[in-house]
Design a protein around this ligand. Structure first.
Ligand code: HEC
Length: 154
């Protein structure tokens, strides 16, 4: 019985601790957030480069284009969310302006997002020229943000 009592006590303590750390509200480590957003940005870069090769006719994967466009729509849905407070130091190329000029940063994100949508629409439309033009414009959207908010455009 004694043993049982201790087990119950431990279980209770465990439950109390669990209650103190609500799932999803636990603070992520800044370096993990930075790693995560870089991976998401790499994915965005990967789909953009893959789409470029198709749009420029270097490879013959036209059937994939809509999927790359769709992936970009999903991945660029909320770029500012990838840059929470306290993720501004460490192994990051993000400039301080991401946090000090937040309104401008959000505007740049929205601008790029609009261009991604336009590209996705052009892909649906299937017109080669419209696709190429909107793809180029989308690239300007990426650069528009990197220019002001990312250290040394690579
Ligand atoms: C609203 C701003 C913004 C937009 C829009 C944006 N980026 Fe970025 N991007 C950043 C910032 C800031 C970084 C640096 C992140 C870091 O190092 O923590 C970055 C990093 C990257 C990286 C490097 C990832 C790594 O560390 O290896 C690539 C690749 C990239 N972006 C591609 C793109 C492409 C392609 C687009 C357009 C489809 C785009 N980005 C749109 C802000 C933006």
């Amino acid at each position: 019985m004694m043993k049982h009592g201790i087990t119950r006590k431990l279980l209770f303590t465990g439950m109390m601790l669990a209650a103190l750390v609500p799932l999803g509200l636990s603070a992520a480590e800044p370096e993990d957030v930075i790693k995560y957003r870089k991976n998401v940005m790499k994915a965005i870069g990967g789909h953009t480069s893959a789409a470029a090769a198709i749009v420029q006719g270097k490879v013959d994967y036209k059937a994939h284009l809509a999927e790359h466009a769709r992936a970009l729509q999903v991945l660029t849905k909320d770029i500012p969310a990838l840059f929470p407070k306290d993720s501004d130091f460490g192994d990051t190329e993000a400039k301080d302006a991401v946090w000090t000029k937040r309104a401008d940063f959000e505007k740049a994100a929205k601008n790029a997002r609009t261009k991604v949508e336009a590209f996705a629409k052009a892909v649906q439309g299937g017109n080669q020229q419209a696709m190429a033009a909107s793809f180029k414009d989308m690239g300007e959207g990426c650069k528009g943000c990197h220019k002001d908010f990312r250290k040394e455009e690579k």
